[in-house]
Design a binder for this molecule. Structure first.
Ligand code: NAD
Length: 502
């Protein structure tokens, strides 16, 4: 049965508003390659209007309606949004699945995480009230100091397509909890669920302008937001190449940025593991979300003594993955998000072959699926550290494999990348896991698993994977300024200058 695609405009100042230039972008279902609807495309003119609406929302009623309201007041809206997400979970999950190709069960899981993230940030907003006016101990008792946590202002939030609503929520929920007003620019490749968030904001009566949602092309809507003089901060998730452009644009106005970028994360398997369990985590670590995960553990490092048995099982498990339309029951791998990404992933596989690597399985269209951007998950061996497949992020279901002999060698190979987002280590020896976790130069290490992510824990990378942390209390801090108020308590004159003679 066809899933109805709501026809939406830009969400600005609490209303649906046609883009100034009336541009629209077609929505293509990656499972069928058919156009199933369209979304509005914002340009610089719309960004100006949305930023002005956000600025007005911050200042409305002297700030009392939002920016300087209590955290508890804002938490009520966040909780209302969370319950609407729960209420609409099935409809939102279906929209997500047909928009970006994510298996329906994963999309439903994402919606739980979206609701959980709004709830969690509601808790943080409430806790914020207790943190206000915290005193700072000073070394002179003639002075007294306290701190005010203020929203950073109008924030521009730019998000990717791989977890369309969830990645947006990681930014929207803490920004709103902190008292900011936001302009969200979701990816042009998957904006349907982010637009539905606009409808939810209307339904819960979020004050106009607090959240504005502007789908559009990156170089038009995204770039205008990043360089906008009246935006106080940019939070970006996407590729390292775009991240660098965003940072350059923001630098023109000395605007702070946080960047959540790509990765080429390792998974290290020692020889004391339960092989089947480790194989399954290896698959999940790389092929979940159709392999389009920033933190995908896409470089497998396996101890040489178990490598043959491990890789043999890995190939058998991989061939057993159900590849189908994301809406089909039991689907575990859907299509790549778009034709462009599909071609890119195929090119990575053909370059790996031409550089001398061996493709043990996958890397091509599954024979049973004639339409759609489907690629069988690929396992690639005989990889050297100079090859593209070892160095660059594929962002598709492609795993490359190398062996190691010692723990030191595993760490060295694990860190042999410009990226530093995540890593996984699998071993029964927990002391070894501790040593390796400390030695890996990344922002997140999974031990005896890969990918589970909780909104209570900090998320972010090092090196070319970006900087700043989302989620947890660190995520909220991204959207706050801390102001110190220092008072002179003494009745005495300061006495540094001589008073003029009478
Ligand atoms: P992308 O960089 O192509 O686009 C990301 C966003 O930036 C989109 O909304 C896009 O429209 C916008 N954009 C494009 N050009 C722009 C410009 N010049 N100025 C401002 N905005 C612009 O990335 P993508 O293909 O949507 O997402 C995949 C990438 O995101 C991968 O590299 C992946 O690793 C990364 N990612 C990182 C995380 C993380 O948490 N670190 C999470 C998800 C995805």
């Amino acid at each position: 049965m066809a899933i109805p695609i709501p026809s939406r405009q830009l969400f600005i100042d609490g209303e649906w508003r046609e883009p100034v230039k009336k541009n629209r972008i077609p929505v293509i279902n990656p499972a069928t390659e058919l156009i199933i609807g369209d979304i509005p495309a914002a340009t610089a003119e719309d960004v100006d209007i949305a930023v002005e609406a956000a600025r007005k929302a911050l200042k409305r009623n002297g700030g009392k309606d939002w920016a300087s309201a209590s955290g508890a007041h804002r938490a009520k809206y966040l909780r209302a949004i969370a319950s609407k997400i729960v209420e609409k979970k099935s409809e939102l999950a279906k929209l997500e699945a047909i928009d970006c190709g994510k298996p329906l069960e994963e999309a439903a899981w994402d919606m739980d995480d979206v609701a959980g993230c709004f709830e969690y940030n509601a808790d943080l907003a409430e806790a914020l009230d207790k943190k206000q006016n915290a005193s700072v101990t000073l070394p002179m008792d003639t002075f007294k100091c306290h701190l005010i946590r203020e929203p950073i202002g109008v924030v521009g939030l730019i998000s990717p397509w791989n977890y369309p609503l969830l990645m947006a929520t990681w930014k929207v929920a803490p920004a709103l909890a902190a008292g900011c007003a936001a302009v969200l620019k979701p990816s042009e490749l998957a904006s349907l669920t982010c637009l539905e968030l606009g409808e939810i904001c209307k339904e819960v009566g979020l004050p106009p302008g607090v959240l504005n949602i502007l789908p559009g092309l990156g170089p038009e809507a995204g770039a205008s937001l990043a360089s906008h003089p009246d935006v106080d901060k940019i939070a970006f998730t996407g590729s390292s190449v775009t991240g660098s452009k965003v940072m350059t644009a923001a630098a023109q106005n000395l605007k702070p940025v946080t960047l959540e970028l790509g990765g080429k994360s390792p998974i290290v398997i020692f020889n004391d593991v339960d092989i089947d369990k480790a194989v399954e985590w290896t698959l999940f670590g790389c092929f979940w979300t159709n392999g389009q995960i920033c933190s995908a553990t896409s470089r497998l490092l396996v101890h040489e003594s178990i490598a043959d048995e491990f890789v043999d099982k890995l190939v058998k498990w991989t061939k057993n993955i159900k590849i189908s339309d994301p809406l089909e029951e039991g689907c575990r791998l859907g299509p790549i998000v778009s034709g462009g990404q599909y071609e890119k992933v195929l090119k990575f596989v053909s370059t790996a072959k031409s550089e001398g690597a061996t493709v043990l399985c996958g890397g091509e269209r599954p024979p049973h699926l004639e339409k759609g951007f489907y690629i069988e998950p690929a396992i690639i061996t005989n990889v050297s550290t100079s090859m593209q497949i070892w160095k660059e992020e594929v962002f598709g279901p492609v795993l490359c494999v190398k062996t190691f002999a010692t723990e030191e060698e595993a760490i060295e190979l694990g860190n042999d990348t410009h990226y530093g987002l995540a890593a996984a280590v699998i071993s029964d020896d927990l002391e070894r896991c501790d040593r390796v976790s400390k030695a890996l130069d990344v922002g997140c290490v999974w031990v005896n698993c890969s990918q589970p992510c909780f909104c209570q824990a900090p998320w972010g990378g090092k090196k070319r994977s970006g900087f700043g942390r989302e989620l947890g209390e660190w995520g909220l801090e991204n959207y706050q300024n801390v102001k110190q108020v220092t008072r002179y308590l003494s009745d005495e004159a300061w006495g540094w200058y001589k008073p003029p003679s009478q």
